[in-house]
Design a protein around this ligand. Structure first.
Ligand SMILES: *Cc1c(COP(=O)(O)O)cnc(C)c1O
Length: 394
């Protein structure tokens, strides 16, 4: 398959002038967030979770920038994500596949130089069988289920593995990890319980670097940092804790173009299902974003756009390709067709959009559509020499 994006004969004239909506991703802010989390976790190492295309923001652009900022451990969820990333990162970078491997793909994974996170006895046995055939040990990570009941070896399975040394004999065990279910709730006792369970179970396995904390886990305190932390959301600007102001730099801005303005009279309805009825004369605008772009239907009659400091409530249902906003509060003529309103930006974070939609910022980011005109900001390119020096010092 050709990896070049398909170019139409109009490719050269597709610019922000033609865009229906513009998604801007500040790669420098992601790198600054990385450095902030790295400093907070120090002396633990700081990896980066770039699964789901770096939470919808573009792993091919973001992961190499994080590597230049010093990140050496990358986490994807699926084997195919790892294969796509493998060629884009420097040799010193390690790519871990969180979901482990579909049966039969072990050789492919080894060939791509990826490190599977072995979550079950089946995955562990299959990787072990491949490793036993080779001359050198194969790198592996093992996940322990410390209470979330999602992925990883159960306590009984950890004991079984501990009692069957042959299973691990051909591994270069790079990481033993687990995952927290309630890290965003600092007072939830499940956090300490999972930490204790993880520490108890990992002692049964050969010594290896330990990892437990996601973004929120980093903010639970140094006990949770262990050897390596695995932030995703916080890198992309989402708030790692609900009980404090967001310390992360914002990364994403989203602006949608105004297609049409109209005045409607009292009693007129707006949108599919006529779920909104005007109670007065209103000025409204139709904007170029819809649920096909990941601007969720649950934002109908709930979310808002912004123009400068004015909040413009979404009225009626969100359509596939458009949504309607109330612009009555703006001076007449302030907003005209062709101009843009803010959907994510200084007045409204992705977390706030999520709250209006009844979901979490993660879902807002990973739903961001392919139709947006995407632009990436990377003002300061990291000098290559600096990261080289760092490798040699390590
Ligand atoms: C997604 C994921 C992370 C990152 O979580 P954030 O909350 O986005 O920081 C870390 N570890 C595992 C196992 C994950 O699945």
């Amino acid at each position: 398959m050709n990896s070049e994006p398909q170019r139409s004969r109009f490719s050269d004239v597709i610019t922000n002038d033609t865009a229906g909506a513009i998604l801007t991703i500040d790669v420098d802010a992601i790198c600054e967030n990385y450095r902030m989390l790295e400093a907070k976790a120090c002396p633990a190492a700081c990896g980066a979770v770039v699964k789901a295309d770096a939470y919808g923001l573009g792993a091919a652009k973001i992961a190499p920038a994080l590597a230049a900022a010093g990140c050496r451990q990358f986490f994807v969820a699926h084997l195919e994500e790892g294969m796509a990333l493998a060629g884009l990162l420097p040799e010193q970078a390690h790519i871990f596949v969180l979901n482990g491997l579909p049966p039969g793909t072990e050789a492919l994974c080894a060939e791509a130089g990826l490190i599977p996170v072995l979550n079950s006895l089946e995955q562990l046995r299959a990787w072990s069988a491949l490793a036993a055939q080779g001359r050198s040990r194969l790198p592996a990570a093992i996940q322990i289920d410390s209470g979330m009941s999602r992925l990883g070896l159960s306590p009984e399975e950890v004991e079984h593995v501990a009692g069957t040394p042959a299973l691990l004999a051909h591994f270069d065990l790079r990481l033993v990890m687990s995952h927290l279910a309630c890290a965003d709730e600092p007072n939830n006792t499940a956090n300490a319980d999972q930490l204790a369970s993880f520490l108890r179970l990992q002692r049964l396995l050969p010594a290896a670097p330990l990892s437990l904390a996601n973004s929120s886990g980093i903010f639970l305190g140094a006990d949770f940092h262990l050897d390596l932390v695995r932030p995703g959301a916080a890198l992309y600007g989402l708030a790692p804790r609900a009980d404090a102001p967001n310390p992360m730099r914002p990364v994403v801005s989203l602006a949608a173009r105004v297609v049409q303005l109209r005045t409607i009279e009292r009693g007129a309805f707006v949108g599919y299902g006529a779920t909104f009825r005007a109670e007065r004369t209103m000025r409204i605008a139709t904007i170029s974003v819809g649920y096909a772009d990941g601007w969720l239907r649950s934002l109908g009659n709930a979310g808002a756009a912004w123009f400068g400091a004015t909040r413009l409530p979404i009225i009626g249902r969100v359509s596939m390709d458009s949504a309607t906003i109330d612009v009555t509060d703006l001076p007449e003529g302030a907003l005209v067709p062709g101009m843009f309103v803010e959907l994510i930006g200084p007045h409204q974070s992705a977390d706030e959009v999520a709250a209006a939609a009844g979901t979490i910022g993660y879902e807002i980011l990973t739903s961001l559509g392919q139709r947006y005109h995407r632009q990436y900001f990377a003002r300061r390119a990291e000098p290559a020499a600096a990261s080289l020096e760092k490798d040699m010092a390590a």
